[in-house]
Design a protein around this ligand. Structure first.
Ligand code: FES
Length: 272
């Protein structure tokens, strides 16, 4: 059982929890994730590790209230326990000194993006980060991102903060201005799809971190399968990061929506 030692609300629906997990804190790398459950019969939720404190033996997880399981995690208070937590899982991000990296995060995707931004900067790259969300309240980890980026651009759909517009508009402005050697995108699948289409047009190598549905997290169940370059890959063991230009985003989005009705029904029952 892993104890929650800190909790912070980024917004009404986005919560950061700091969880005791000394072994994971010691061995995690940017891009790694954990799978956790709340309750013996709880659904397994994959969450990328947003940060870690080796001295304290803790990891940071950022959760957005979406359905029953994520709400149960968000409702846990300091001093309470996560029933089980497995990790670090997945392949870490390949970090090299490439030149200029454009890091693009959407909504809660900013949490897994943070350690990647940090690592690229540490490796000597120039890092330009774009954070995007529907509105100001959904922009998270701005100060932390600013600390590790050479430039930070905020985009909101409604113009309530930063520049008004979609993430791709901010990206294109940067791409037209300077040479980008690699792009990383993490956020909703639809956002990653359009980021990827844009960078494909400009022939910029791009990596996307996928948030597929997961069950075992060890390559056994097939729940997280995606098609990359025409081949079946498992997000949990082959990813979560893939060459964005090779990902079949349409198939991925249709698989993500496969249980929508059941999720909505369950959430309605949960709220009653
Ligand atoms: Fe089961 Fe990836 S979660 S194969």
């Amino acid at each position: 059982m892993n104890k929650i030692v800190e909790k912070e609300y980024f917004s009404e629906k986005i919560v950061k929890i700091v969880v005791e997990a000394p072994l994971i804190a010691k061995s995690r790398k940017p891009g790694n994730f954990v799978i956790l459950r709340v309750g013996e019969k709880g659904e397994r939720i994959p969450l990328t590790i947003a940060g870690a404190d080796v001295e304290r033996g803790t990891i940071d997880l950022v959760v957005q209230k979406m359905g029953v399981s994520s709400t149960k995690v968000c409702d846990l208070e300091v001093g309470e326990y996560i029933t089980d937590l497995v990790g670090p899982l997945g392949k870490p991000t390949e970090i090299h000194n490439l030149g200029t990296i454009l890091c693009c995060g959407g909504g809660v995707g900013n949490a897994p993006l943070l350690p990647i931004v940090e690592a690229y900067k540490k490796a000597g790259n120039k890092v330009i980060t774009i954070l995007a969300a529907r509105n100001k309240d959904l922009i998270i980890l701005e100060d932390e991102m600013r600390k590790h980026s050479d430039e930070l651009i905020i985009m909101t759909d409604d113009g309530s903060y930063g520049k008004k517009g979609l993430i791709t508009e901010g990206m294109e402005e940067v791409i037209k201005r300077e040479k980008i050697d690699e792009c990383v995108t993490i956020g909703p699948a639809i956002m990653m799809k359009f980021c990827s289409l844009l960078t494909k047009k400009y022939e910029i190598p791009t990596v996307a971190s996928l948030n597929s549905i997961m069950v075992d997290g060890t390559g056994m169940c097939g729940a997280c399968r995606v098609t990359v370059g025409g081949k079946t890959k498992f997000t949990c063991v082959d990813g979560p990061e893939f060459d964005a230009h090779q990902i079949d985003f349409e198939e991925m989005m249709s698989r993500l929506g496969g249980y929508k009705k059941e999720e909505v029904d369950k959430f309605d029952q949960f709220q009653k």
